[in-house]
Design a protein around this ligand. Structure first.
Ligand code: F0G
Length: 362
């Protein structure tokens, strides 16, 4: 008999996070799975950042920007939209600083539903807006911030036949908890610290739920300290009270009254974690550092997890393992990259050897 070698096309096939973690998720055989094969994002060792922390601390970036719409929101959206479809919804709505709107729009289009997205006018990064429009959402910009937009979508979804897909929808957090599962699956343990950006406070709550469930299932023995970071101008959880007019360059987390306030406080308390604020200047420094020394291009809100770690570096236990969650892709906010890069474009250079060599410093 002649052995026929066929390429194994299923090698490393990733079925999307609902299939991968089905037994941990509220789905049944009748749930129509709406997926873009999200999840399974890399956990990247970042040695330049680790050496700034020193004392043998190991640092990894959970690079969730590599999800199909470029942010961690896809983890929650695959589940929220699948459940909305199961329940017969024809339309979904969200308030958003940009990423939720892009993700909701993509998954709704795949499910054959209409998406309505309500955004704070003038404060959504260009790439996110472009995504929502092209995926076919109805984009409505209001004269008001995210907190106002969230109140409006709560009212609309309570009165009209549209399903809310903000993280108040419990399926969003159920999906997002898989980020914690993947961290544990990669490290074969939980990290000592999980550093994470905090805006509406859904993701920190979801990660904590994920770590706790995985420990109960015997997948890890310990739990991380949850270290949440907010921008200095939008730090209600640090200040212990809502911020009426939040301001930060990190528009994704420009939020003054997080919906998952209580859950996030509970996660920080139970894990002996904390909330700290980071200035825009330090956020931008980490944003540039990640790109220029690690090759990781993220959006400013995501860089806060690394900026926060560097701010607290003296307090990280020696030899500890730290995971910084990087939530969104740098390509979403090209204006920020261009305005805050240290290198300008050397323009109008004559296309000849001598001029080029001179400009290049040879
Ligand atoms: N990082 C990015 C890139 C985000 O877009 C968000 C939230 C967060 C972090 C914070 O996560 O809200 O769960 O604490 N973006 C929401 C949105 C608000 O509308 O896209 P959180």
């Amino acid at each position: 008999m002649v052995a026929i070698l066929t390429p194994n096309l299923t090698h490393n096939y990733w079925p999307g996070l609902i299939e991968a973690y089905r037994s941990f998720l509220p789905v049944s055989s009748s749930t129509p799975v709406v997926t873009l094969l999200e999840g399974n994002t890399p956990l990247i060792p970042v040695s330049a950042i680790a050496s700034q922390v020193g004392r043998g601390v190991k640092v990894y970036v959970k690079f969730d920007s590599l999800n199909p719409t470029g942010s961690f929101k896809d983890r929650g959206m695959t589940l929220a939209i699948s459940k909305a479809k199961e329940e017969g919804a024809e339309a979904v709505i969200c308030a958003s600083t940009g990423n939720t709107s892009a993700s909701a729009a993509a998954y709704a289009s795949r499910a054959g539903m209409q998406a309505f997205v309500i955004i704070p006018e003038g404060y959504v990064a260009l790439g996110k807006l472009a995504q929502a429009l092209l995926y076919g959402a109805q984009v409505i910009a209001i004269k008001g911030n995210f907190d106002t937009a969230l109140q409006i979508v709560r009212d609309i979804s309570a009165n009209y036949p549209v399903t809310l897909v903000n993280s108040l929808n419990p399926y969003r957090l159920e999906g997002q908890k898989t980020g914690a599962f993947e961290v544990v699956d990669s490290l074969r343990s939980a990290p000592d610290w999980l550093c994470i950006p905090v805006g509406n406070a859904g993701n920190i709550s979801a990660y904590w739920m994920g770590f706790c469930q995985y420990r109960e299932a015997g997948k890890c023995r310990r739990l991380p300290q949850m270290m949440g970071f907010q921008a200095a101008g939008a730090a209600p959880l640090v200040q212990g009270k809502p911020v009426a007019a939040p301001e930060t360059i990190a528009t994704a987390i420009r939020i003054g009254n997080p919906a998952s306030w209580d859950k996030a406080i509970a996660a920080a308390n139970a894990s002996k974690g904390e909330f700290n604020s980071v200035t825009d200047e330090d956020i931008l420094a980490a944003y540039r550092l990640l790109a220029s020394q690690e090759g990781i291009f993220c959006e400013p809100a995501s860089a806060i997890s690394v900026a926060g770690l560097l701010q607290l570096k003296e307090r990280v236990p020696s030899g500890a393992t730290v995971v910084c969650v990087v939530t969104g892709n740098g390509l979403k906010d090209p204006d920020c990259a261009i305005n805050h890069s240290k290198n300008g474009v050397k323009s109008s250079v004559a296309p000849d050897l001598e001029a080029m060599a001179k400009v290049m410093g040879f």
